[in-house]
Unconditional design. Sequence first.
Length: 272
Amino acid sequence: MEQNLVSLMVSQRLHFDIYGYVLLKNVLVPDEVERMKSALHRANEDPNLDVDSRVYIRRNSDHYVLLGNLVEYDSSLLEYAVHPKLVPLVEEVVGGKIRLEETEAIINSRDPDADLRELEKHRYNPVAFHRGTKHGWGTYIEQNKFHCVFVKTLAYLTDVGPDDGGTAFIPGSHRLTWDRSEMIEAAMSDESLVCQVEAEAGDVLLFPESLIHSTTAIKSDKERTILIAGYTPTMFQPWPGNEVDPEFVKTLPDEMRALISGSESWSWQRKY
């Protein structure tokens, strides 16, 4: 696939600029979804993961696990980070060439201690609203379009319905200079200010880290598996713990090395 032929549709770009995200349908084919999901579950069940690999793992009881620094663990996870259907779209909204900043995945299910009656009182149940950068110093406008220097792709490896822990956003917060806590307080007092995404396995969310977002509590009996890649301009550093072994980088095809290692550094190739 020629990456220079891959771009957001005008309607998708407008949705991204207005609301701060766009859901890309059917990006991953079933075989890709299965390979990625199997790799993550294998890592989760590996008792020697922290000894035999550079993957980090953080558990919250038995219902939630976060895995990170994944590209060296399995080829399917590397393929996601350099996916030809996604990298050009990230470059479009960053505004130039990118490097991989982090890879993470979450496997979670309903908290066994959750009070379902309490959860049912609310349309949305965000766990912890947050963002990784802020409008004004992590974003910019170029040729009348919004750009951000920290952008995520979030792949759904399982179907996610309204009760299955979909990602929640405060739409439009990616372009606001309001105090973050004030925006969250306002959104929590009026659920019409919050949007929760529903998706099918293979769909991918594209969003800037200036957008306030959160995982939501799972009310169903389903397990949710998502895979996330974060990107920045080439001169940025990887998120601590997501450094990739230089020896591994040497084994990669030439066209992947700069994306994974950030070797282009301050020789940033902008789109403008």
